[in-house]
Structures are given as C-alpha cells and as structure tokens.
Design a protein around this ligand. Structure first.
Ligand code: FES
Ligand SMILES: [Fe+2]
Length: 434
C-alpha cells in the first residue's frame, strides 16, 4: 500500500514532476514510421506535452508544439514543405527546432521587422530505429538512442501493434513485474472466456482448440518467483509446477527494461512492449514483435507494418478470450490512476514492490542532478544492446505459434497470414531436419 502522496509521485508525468523528470531522461517511441508514410503529420501527446510529429518533403522528421504560435491553430493540419511544416491558416513555417522560418504576409509588408526570428516553439529531437520513431524531451546533452537487439537483428520479420490505454502508465508496467497473472488471466481467464464464448464466436474450431490447449498450459501453477536488478532493469524469473530452477524460465528469465519496457515473449517471437506515458491518465501501448523463423524464406521489409488493436470489441467488452485482451482489461479497469492507497499487496507482488523502490531511487538520483540507470552516453555501448530471454524452438512450438495467432492482438495485423505462412514453412523445415 502507498500513501496518496507516494502514488502521486510515482504516477504524475508532467514537466517538473519527479517522475516526469525521470522519464524525460529517456527516448520514447511516438509513432511507427509507416504511419507517417500514410499521412505526413501525427498528433502526439507525450509526458503531458501536446506535439505534432511530421515528415517533411525531404523525408526529415520533426516534432514540434502542436499549436501554431500565431493564433494557436492545430499544426496537425499543417502542410509539409521541403524543409519543415507550414501552418495552414496563414502560412507561417517552422523547422524541426521549432524556429519560425517563414511568415509570408509579414515579410511582404514589414520585411525589416524580422518578426519571424522572434518566434520559436518547442522542437524536440527525433530518430527512426527499427520502424519506430523515437523522441527525446529531456535536458541537454541528448543521450544516445540505444539500439536494442531486436531492432537491428537480421533475418527477422516484424510488425508493430498499438493501442491507447485509458490508464496511467505505471499500472501497465507493474503488470510486467507480476509473473503470477500469467497462470490466472492468461490461463484460467482465457480458458473461462473461451468456454463461455464457444468456438462459434471466434475464427473457427481449429484456432479455438489451440487457444484452449494453450490456456491450459499457461494455467500451470507458479511455485516460485524471483527478481534481480541488472544494469538495464530487472530480470523476472519463475518456476511453475513440473519445472525446476534449471529451466530457462528461472535460469535465464526475461527483462523489464528500465523504465517502461517489457522485453519478453519466448521461443520464436521476441518483442518489446513499450508503455509510453501520454499524460497522467493515458498510455500509448506498443507491441513491437520480431519473428525468427529458421528455414523459412523471410522477406526483407522496407517498411515495418503497423496495426491498431481495438481496446474492446464493438460492444465495449474487453476481449478476455485473447491473451492481450486480458491485459487490456486489467490495465484499464484499474482506473485512470490505480488507487494504490487502497491496495493490499501479497507475496505475488514482490516484483512490483522492488520496481517501485527502483523508480523511487532513480527519481531521487535525478533530483540530485545525476544520470539515472539505462541512459546511454557512450555511442559504442549503445550500438548493440542484447538481452537475456528464455527461448526454445522446435517444429511443435512453430505449429503452436501458427494457431495461437488468431487468439491474440496479432489477429488485427494485416500481415497475420504472411506470418502464419512463414511459421508453417519454418515448422516444415524443422520437421524435415528431424
Ligand atoms: S495560426 Fe498559424 S499561421 Fe496563423
Ligand atoms: Fe499479461
């Protein structure tokens, strides 16, 4: 249980708040590159700041204040120019630093006034990596954008999914330090929801049977959970019934990458889940998934496909028969900001407690003028950052993965059939190899 004040300190992310200042020390994804190819501007809310991300005609990205300095019109409707973005209302143009570089009528009637030189809005650095566009809102000097292993791995197939959660970022992150929910929500909860819905309600009997079988694997009770702080965050470990500490789920574990990323999944699909705080009560959740399919003919992707996952079905019901759907239910129904002053923590929450302590410690470090953990200053170290993850691959896991697809958020991806096909190729290759 936390006091109301402690909860505020951990959850509020606006400029000048302790958590807002900590989170401003990191690069955060704000869009998939594909979104900007489809439409050159995107309204972005990040850490309580209203911004517009744009791609100009030269292909350069900019992230500047969303509302024009002149008379506050929305620059999401702006016109991309060769260099910068022009407000549609009276044509003032801004470059990626937020500097006003053109003011058509003013320059005609008062060419000597140099009015435009006095106009500057906020402009933040952006960089593209692995199909995502990252932004940095913190103080100078700007740290390196770390190149996590999955962003740069070769022979992988990728897609990026996202949803906006009507809840504070911390309750979503705490879920990543909570191994026991796997057995309940993704095991018992999915089984219950599937049986309640019946095979008619989903994509068909084959997928239904597989999803049900998977939920029964996940139901296996936990016997032990463990957590270790490491240089990039916290490693999460578990032993479930029938396994020992020699199994990868304990021996290797998988990481929570500080401060707001889950680096998880197992076997064939490895991924990151980014929980990007838009403001105190909204979070942009991103599933970045990378598929390694040995033996399959994995095509090169010029653009990483982007898909949106609906928060609920068309009736406003959380889709708890999907693995991701259960998470969306849990994250959202804790409310805009979880009332931690009312919670009752148990043994299953020791990872959550450790994570809160780590956040508290890192906030204090920033308040003292220090650099918090997992900020990269050395371009050599940030060039390639590899994480431990439990993993196993064989034809059976490939076959299972093919069928799991239709009972997950991935069902909303436009490349789901292509991924299923690659999985099948990979499973065939593994079977042939014996
Ligand atoms: S409001 Fe943008 S140029 Fe006038
Ligand atoms: Fe989960």
């Amino acid at each position: 249980m936390l006091s109301v004040e402690e909860n505020e300190r951990l959850t509020r992310v606006g400029p000048g708040t302790p958590m807002g200042e900590l989170l401003r020390r990191y690069w955060h994804p704000v869009a998939a590159a594909e979104e900007l190819l489809k439409s050159p501007t995107k309204a972005v809310k990040l850490l309580c700041e209203e911004l517009v991300l744009y791609r100009d005609r030269s292909g350069k990205y900019g992230l500047i204040d969303r509302f024009c300095a002149h008379r506050r019109v929305d620059l999401t409707y702006g016109i991309p120019e060769e260099h910068g973005l022009r407000c549609m209302y009276h044509g003032w143009q801004y470059d990626e630093t937020g500097q006003c570089v053109e003011q058509p009528f003013e320059e005609t009637v008062r060419p000597d006034a140099k009015f435009k030189d006095k106009i500057k809005v906020n402009g933040y650095p952006v960089q593209e990596l692995g199909g995502l566009i990252f932004a940095y809102l913190g103080p100078q000097p700007v740290p390196e954008l770390p190149r996590w292993d999955l962003f740069v791995a070769e022979n992988a197939f990728r897609h990026i999914g996202a949803v906006e959660i009507p809840g504070n970022w911390l309750q979503i992150m705490e879920n990543s330090l909570d191994p026991v929910h796997l057995e309940w929500m993704h095991g018992n909860g999915v089984e219950y929801s599937l049986l309640k819905q019946g095979p008619e309600g989903g994509p068909g009997q084959v997928w239904f049977d597989h999803a049900l079988a998977t939920s029964r694997v996940y139901k296996t009770p936990h016997e032990k959970i463990g957590f270790d702080v490491f240089e990039h965050g916290i490693i999460k470990r578990r032993v479930v019934e029938g396994q020992t500490e020699e199994d990868d789920a304990w021996r290797v574990g998988h990481p929570m990458i500080f401060p707001n990323i889950l680096g998880g999944y197992g076997g064939l699909n490895l991924g990151f889940q980014y929980r990007v705080p838009m403001d105190d009560t909204h979070t942009w959740h991103v599933w970045y998934t990378t598929y390694f399919m040995p033996g399959a003919d994995v095509p090169k992707q010029d653009v990483v496909p982007y898909y949106e996952v609906p928060l609920t079905d068309e009736n406003g019901r959380y889709m708890t028969e999907l693995i991701d759907g259960g998470d969306l239910m849990a994250w959202s129904t804790q409310g805009p900001i979880a009332k931690r002053e009312l919670e009752r923590l148990g043994e299953s929450d020791k990872g959550v407690i450790l994570y809160r302590k780590l956040l508290e410690q890192q906030m204090a470090l920033v308040e003292d003028g220090g650099d918090p953990m997992n900020v990269f200053r050395d371009p050599v170290k940030s060039q390639y950052v590899e994480f431990p993850r439990e993993s196993s691959y064989n034809a059976t896991s490939a076959r299972r993965a093919v069928k799991a697809f239709r009972y997950n958020g991935t069902r909303f991806s436009q490349v789901v059939e292509q991924i299923e096909d690659l999985y099948a190729q990979s499973a065939d290759a593994a079977e042939q190899a014996g």
